[in-house]
Structure formats: C-alpha cells, structure tokens
Design a binder for this molecule. Structure first.
Ligand code: TAP
Length: 481
C-alpha cells in the first residue's frame, strides 16, 4: 500500500487533530478526573494537543469496563464473531492508513516513508493475521453446543513511543483474538494514534469496554499494572521500568510478558556481500532514528575488511537525508523528545571522552525541533559506554574481530539478548552463528525484518515472553506458557 504524498503542509491538513483529548473508556471518550499534558511535534516543537492524564480512579473505571465487557460479551462471543471485528478493524486501518501514517509521523518524528510503508501496513497485517486465529482457539463445551475461550480476562498493556501504533497492534490484536479485553496505556509523548485507533474501534462497532485507552505518564502505567483486577500485564519499554514492573507484580497471580531493551550486534564476515551489508547496517541503525529495541547498534566487522567496509559505509551515510519527517524523501527524522536527545548527546560525548573516534556526514540540521545526525564511532572497545549502553538513537559503534569465536564472544558480551545480524556467504556459518548467539532473533544477510507470523522477544535483560506468530497467542491463553 503506497501513496504519493503531497508536500508536507498538505499532508498535515489531512489529519484532524483535536485541541484536546479525553480517555477512551467503555466505548466512549470521557473527561479524565485529573490534569492534562501536552503532546508536541518533535520536528517543530509545535503543541499538537492537550491530552487527559488518567488518574488511579480513571484507570479503575477502565479496568471495570474491561472486566464487564469480558464477562458479559467478549469471552462469550464465538471466535468467528470476534474475528469479524478484528477483520473490520484491519480493513479500516487500511482505509485510513494515510491519515494514520501522517499522524504517527507528526506525533513521533519518524519519516513518513517509514510510517507509510512499514508501520501502518504491518499494523494492518497484525490485525488480519490474528483475526485468522480467533476461531481456531475455541473448545467445545459439553452438552450445550456452545464453544468457550481459554482467555485470561483483562490485559493491562503499556507501550513505548518508538512504534506507537505498531506496539499497540502487537499487544491488542492477539489479546482480542484470544477473547481477552484490554486497557492500554500509550507513551506520554505519542498518544495520538492510539486515540485515533479508539475512534476506529467505535467505527468498527466493537462492543464497549473491549478496548480502553488510558493516556498519561509513568504513574498511570504504574496504576494500571498494579490494579488488583487485571489478569495479565504486557509491557514493552526500558529494562529499568520492566524490572520495576516485575517487582510490582511479584507475589500476585498476574501473568507477565516483558519486551525490553537491546544492544544488538550486526556481524559482518569477510565473505559477506559488502554492498548489501552496508544497506543492512544503515537500515539496522538509522531506521526510525535508531529508536529501535532491536537496532544493530554494535557493528562487529572482520578486521581484514574493516577499512573497505567503513569507506563504503561513510559514503552511504553521506547520502542520508535528515530533516522534515513529512517529506517523503527524508531518511532520518526527528528525535522523539528533548529528553531522548539529551541522552543521545550525553552518551555520544562520553564515547568521545573515552577515546572513540566520532564521525558524522555533513548535514544541515533544522534549527527548531530535536535533531541528531547519523553518527559513527570507530576504535570502540567493549569497555566503552557506547558499546554497552542502549543509546536508542542514530549512533553506531564499530568494533572489529578476527575469528568467528571472537565475534560470538563480543556479540554475547552484553546484558541484553534481543536480536543480532550475521552477514556471510556461508550457509553453515549462518547456522553455527544462529545457534551460538544469545539473541531472540537472528537475521541472516538482512536486518529489521518484521512479520506478524514470526515470534519476537528476548533473552536475558531483554525480557521474556514472545510476541507475534503462534507464540504470541500463548501469553493470552490459559494453559499457555
Ligand atoms: P519506558 O520509559 O520504559 O516507558 C515505556 C512505557 O512505560 C511508557 O508508556 C511509560 O510511560 C510507561 N512507564 C514508565 N514508568 C512506568 C512505571 N513505573 N510503571 C508502568 N509503566 C511505566 O521506555 P521508553 O523510553 O518509552 O521506550 C524505550 C525503551 O523501550 C527502550 O529501552 C527500548 O529498547 C524498549 N523497547 C523494547 C521493545 C521490544 S519489543 N523489546 C520495543 C520497543 C521499545 P511514559 O510514556 O510516561 O514514560
């Protein structure tokens, strides 16, 4: 699904952003009982809207609505009927994809060509995929001819700002297919597409209370995951907050899945197709400004080809266009927030102070908004902070290795274990590396490929549980993992 986008200003006018938004509870938009916060366009710092900050009482009302909807309607509905709603939502997402893409780009800062060609089509694909599962999870109840679900009940879902609508789809589509109802909290800096999704639920006539959206900051998320009447907590975000959530639910019978941070190695062997590898490296770290949990933020390159690869990589980086996210030619958009920009700057300055060589192509950054150029660090050692900490920005650390076992040792030398990439001509080496790398996803001669049929998730401090594919259903079913 591609569209020819008109110039930025015209694109901006195709979305109707309201001055203020309430919460979506029990099928309606309602005022919150607390204060509100502003969401801004990170590319311009323009205030987009005032959004309700859900209090504990608001969260409680949303959880109650979800419980009622689960008990009275959704868990009793035959799977084939639930599927119809999911298919309807998927089709409306396709129909309104242009509006969703523009809104995502305005609220998040990501290039329109990414929200248009990746985020929104994959969101629709998730709803189509899980719609197909809804009638395959039933079991027959003895005697009465009706079927039942193995649903858990009410799912509390908390998501980050880097793929706002896609993370929502990863959470809501499997939960609903399995017969659960949800209360979802989007990130504070990117609430708008979740609120537009609430409108889509109304348009699809989804029964009230099946999906509830509570906006707010960390305290709202805390109230939601801590609510005594939620059965399942699904969190995507930082390892730090993930650990706090695991502590908060310890000792309860809430089921939990955590999708957390990463520090992926993208490993290039001397027999790799180098031009293809350069494209994969660029996509691995500069896609979505590097705000990607599975970003290939550590490039491990075999020593004998390091100079040649770096020359090609710098040449390719020099062609990246940084700027207006609504311009369809833009490759690297705005950093999502002033806080995230400060973190990227701090870690990059530490990298330089610790002795790594810093390089960025010449590029003129806009004077308003939050921007950081595509950046490369060479001469990085494993002791450097930029090789260890998740930067979550367009910053690549380059390390070298001589042997496959050294590559494996370096790649695994991280508390994270979400993803990795391997570039080589040898099939046997791909299989060997895939077995040896402690990462939930290992891409071979490609990077950042997402599909609803594939499970995604981490080892170690990258969390536990899987989203996507058949595996993604288990987290929402009784008798699952
Ligand atoms: P976080 O700061 O952890 O925030 C994630 C969500 O949790 C936000 O909605 C946040 O609200 C909320 N939150 C904050 N404190 C909370 C608390 N004590 N209890 C409950 N909820 C709380 O992460 P982020 O900065 O938005 O996202 C970046 C991180 O997410 C990176 O580490 C990245 O690797 C990770 N991530 C992982 C994946 C997967 S699939 N593994 C995918 C995307 C991102 P606020 O918006 O108000 O902070």
């Amino acid at each position: 699904m591609t569209f020819d986008y008109a110039p930025a200003l015209e694109s901006r006018s195709i979305v109707d952003i309201k001055a203020s938004y309430g919460l979506f509870v029990d099928g309606e938009f309602v005022d919150g009982s607390g204060t509100s916060f502003k969401t801004i366009n990170p590319a311009t710092e323009e205030v987009l809207a005032e959004v309700a900050e859900a209090t504990e009482a608001d969260v409680d009302a949303a959880v109650r609505a979800a419980r009622r909807a689960h008990t009275r309607v959704w868990s009793r509905m035959p799977g084939k009927e639930r599927a119809k709603y999911l298919y309807r939502i998927a089709r409306i997402i396709q129909e309104r994809s242009r509006e969703l893409a523009v809104l995502e780009t305005i609220d998040n800062g990501k290039p329109i060509k990414e929200s248009r060609d990746v985020d929104i089509p994959v969101v629709a694909a998730h709803f189509f995929y899980y719609a197909g599962w809804a009638d395959k999870l039933e079991y027959a109840l003895p005697g009465n001819g009706h079927s039942g679900t193995r649903s858990l009940g009410v799912a509390a879902q908390v998501i980050p700002w880097n793929f706002p609508l896609l993370m929502l789809a990863w959470k809501i589509a499997p939960a609903l297919a399995c017969g659960n109802t949800v209360v979802l909290k989007p990130a504070e800096t990117t609430p708008l597409t979740a609120l537009l999704f609430a409108e889509i639920c109304q348009q699809a006539d989804l029964p009230p209370g099946v999906v509830n959206i509570v906006t707010g900051a960390g305290a709202t998320g805390q109230a939601l995951v801590g609510h005594p009447d939620v059965d399942k907590v699904a969190f995507t975000g930082s390892t730090e907050v993930g650990k706090a959530i695991a502590r908060a639910v310890a000792g309860t019978d809430k089921r939990v899945t955590l999708e957390l941070g990463g520090k992926a190695a993208n490993i290039v062997f001397d027999d790799a197709p180098l031009d293809q590898a350069v494209e994969g490296i660029v996509d691995g770290i500069f896609f979505n400004q590097g705000h990607v949990c599975c970003a290939g933020s550590r490039l491990l390159v075999q020593e004998s080809i390091a100079d040649e690869l770096l020359t090609k990589l710098k040449r390719r980086m020099s062609t990246l266009r940084v700027g207006d996210p609504l311009d369809k030619n833009t490759d690297v958009g705005a950093i999502n927030s002033a806080e995230q920009l400060a973190r990227i700057r701090e870690l990059s300055d530490i990298g330089e102070a610790e002795g790594a060589g810093r390089w960025s192509p010449e590029c003129e950054l806009p004077t308003t908004g939050f921007w950081f150029p595509p950046t490369l660090f060479t001469g990085v050692t494993q002791a450097h902070r930029i090789a260890r900490d998740e930067v979550f920005g367009p910053v690549l650390s380059v390390l070298t290795f001589r042997t496959p076992s050294e590559a494996i040792e370096k790649a695994n030398n991280t508390p994270y274990g979400l993803s990795a990439g391997v570039w080589t001509d040898k099939g046997s080496r791909i299989l060997h590396m895939a077995g040896a790398l402690r990462a939930g996803v290992v891409w071979a001669n490609t990077f950042n490929k997402f599909d609803p049929t594939s499970p995604f998730g981490g080892f170690k401090e990258s969390g536990y549980g899987r989203e996507g594919g058949r595996h993604g259903l288990e987290a929402y079913l009784k008798g699952g993992e």
